[in-house]
Write a protein that binds this ligand. Structure first.
Ligand SMILES: [Zn+2]
Length: 227
């Protein structure tokens, strides 16, 4: 029996434990272990320090519970992410629909004053101002908005969506007569109209202002608008 120092056995033990040492070394270690309690203990200690993967079977209940807990948390997290995703998707779709609807339907663009040609302005017997509006840029107008500022400036603003539609016959607002019921507007707004413009305060064409004489409406116009 060779007397091998414990230190050498200690160096070899990890290899022996992992079963990767040579036969000669293995025999040497085993011979030593038979009579050396200290090295036996060292080997036992190594066996106890098993890698985590090999340890699993030791306490299955604890580990299973842990795994279930992790799985539950993960599932909950996934459910939360799913809800978050669903909400974000719904909001995005809503926004898209609103933007789409807005671009095509909301009458937020004012037609520039120079795109409109106003002619045939006359006054009916009951005080309405009638005019012929011709918006000849080829695009339709959805609405005519009336507004008045504190100084009695009255604005007729033609509105259309951001995405313009081609004007097609029969033309409704783009080419046709329209009227401002001056007495009724003054009554409802509680102020006298001093001037009428087509456009907006920043971009306008004067149609009529106080003191400007207007021809009496033709019989045809009078029959249509004077009631
Ligand atoms: Zn020893």
């Amino acid at each position: 029996m060779r007397d091998v120092p414990c230190q050498i056995i200690h160096d070899l033990l990890p290899l022996y434990h992992d079963e990767v040492c040579s036969d000669e070394s293995r025999e040497m270690v085993e011979e030593h272990l038979v009579h050396c309690e200290q090295c036996q203990l060292e080997l036992e200690r190594m066996k106890a320090e098993l890698p985590i993967a090999e340890k699993k079977g030791i306490d299955p209940t604890t580990d299973d519970r842990l795994i279930q807990k992790i799985a539950a948390t993960w599932k909950k997290g996934r459910k939360k992410s799913f809800m978050k995703g669903a909400i974000i998707t719904a909001l995005s779709i809503t926004t898209l629909i609103l933007v789409y609807a807005g671009l095509f339907n909301w009458d937020i663009i004012s037609v520039a004053a120079d795109k409109a040609e106003i002619s045939d302005i006359s006054k009916t017997a009951d005080g309405k101002i009638v005019y012929y509006l011709n918006i000849d840029d080829g695009y339709s107008v959805n609405t005519l908005k009336y507004s008045m500022d504190d100084n009695g400036n009255f604005y007729i603003t033609a509105k259309r969506p951001v995405v313009k539609k081609e004007a097609q016959p029969p033309y409704a607002l783009e080419k046709g007569h329209d009227f401002i019921d001056v007495p009724s507007q003054e009554q409802s707004r509680g102020r006298k109209i001093k001037a009428i413009y087509f456009g907006t305060p920043k971009n306008k064409t004067l149609m009529w202002k106080k003191g400007m004489e207007l021809p009496d409406a033709s019989e045809r116009v009078e029959n249509r608008f004077g009631f």
